[in-house]
Write a protein that binds this ligand. Sequence first.
Ligand SMILES: Cc1cc2nc3c(=O)[nH]c(=O)nc-3n(C[C@H](O)[C@H](O)[C@H](O)COP(=O)(O)OP(=O)(O)OC[C@H]3O[C@@H](n4cnc5c(N)ncnc54)[C@H](O)[C@@H]3O)c2cc1C
Length: 387
Amino acid sequence: MHRRSFLQTGSAAVGALTLAGCTTATTPRPRIAFDPTVVLHPMRADNARILKVTVCTRPFRAAGPRLELERVGDKIVVHNYGHGGSGWSLSWGYANLAVEQALATGQRDLAVLGCGALGLTAALTAQRNGAHVTIYAKDLPAETRSANATGTWSPDSRVALQSAVTPAFEQRWESIARSSFRTHLSLLGVEGAPVEWVDRYILSDEPWNAPNDPTDGPDFAELRHLIRGLAPQLQEVEPGTHPFPVPYVKRNASLQFNVTSLQHRLVQDFLAAGGKIERREFHAPSELAKLKQKTIINCTGYGARALWRDESVIPVRGQLTWLLPQAEVRYGVIYHDMIAIPRSDGIIVQRDTEATGFNNPDTTPDRAEAERAVASLAELMGKMRTS
Ligand SMILES: Cc1cc2nc3c(=O)[nH]c(=O)nc-3n(C[C@H](O)[C@H](O)[C@H](O)COP(=O)(O)OP(=O)(O)OC[C@H]3O[C@@H](n4cnc5c(N)ncnc54)[C@H](O)[C@@H]3O)c2cc1C
């Protein structure tokens, strides 16, 4: 995949880069010198440190996430699925809207289907609005697709096709992104650091205003400009002052989700508020008749494709390589098509390839690809100045 297209569409890079407007020729920004007191400990990129390789499918819908009411027998179902590569990022904002619709049915005893990012946040939001909630799910948090997300603020990653973007879509997305962001910030400083700010460096061999390479994937919606200023802007770092082996570097602080800790926190909060979680698989919407709750929020993610026979949900495959965590590493890097971020549960290394990921339901880990990702990181770290 071309460098530029990753920068535009990669789940993590896209936000930071389009946020700063670096994919378009804009007024030059002043450069900052690299702060010499900042120590960037090298990430130890070595195959022997690979903890695991995970693959999951982003639940992409060309039209954007499905948020609407449907009657199924005597139940009312509020659908809340299909958030592509933005599920964690947009979860709270979608939860607000889904819960509003669910409570408008007059019911206070709600069922939530699914225990991933969307299910947990919808369930907590419903509780905070006075509902009694039971989550029903085939997979519990550690087993969900959400558990295998990169864990970065990426609210417009593969969230829709550009052709679906209307002014109404933009307005809703902006409002959801802003309210989600506010709720994520409320988790800063919480024990276990479920959410935190981490410095991120974006590296390039070419000047930022070099012409864009043609993209090799679908024309995903680009929406970041709508929330410019919400997160810290990227700043260009003066060449020669930084330790990276490339001439062009940008830096900002990036909002990161330590997914293991975040899920744990959400589950604990949900249970502490009297919520119940029951493992249960549904094979057809008609099986919802067995539930005692009359109003159900459907947060089954990619699972909605089979459960609801909804072929508008398209799998977008993504693989993560988990290296042993390094507490001393407090920065992330993006270089070519590779991103590495320092989560508390591991250093996550990812190479994003739209060419092979889109419409690919295969969740078999590709060890050779994982080792290539680690080799890219090792090469970069090997050439970094360490003092
Ligand atoms: C490699 C990768 C990196 C990503 N990185 C990021 C990122 O950095 N930031 C970000 O915001 N997003 C990211 N995403 C996207 C994010 O992971 C998804 O949008 C999100 O996980 C979707 O959450 P969900 O709750 O809808 O689905 P899921 O996590 O899949 O949860 C669905 C739940 O529904 C249950 N379920 C499904 N079917 C049934 C059934 N028939 N019966 C009973 N229960 C059922 C499941 O068991 C599960 O509990 C990434 C995705 C991938 C693949």
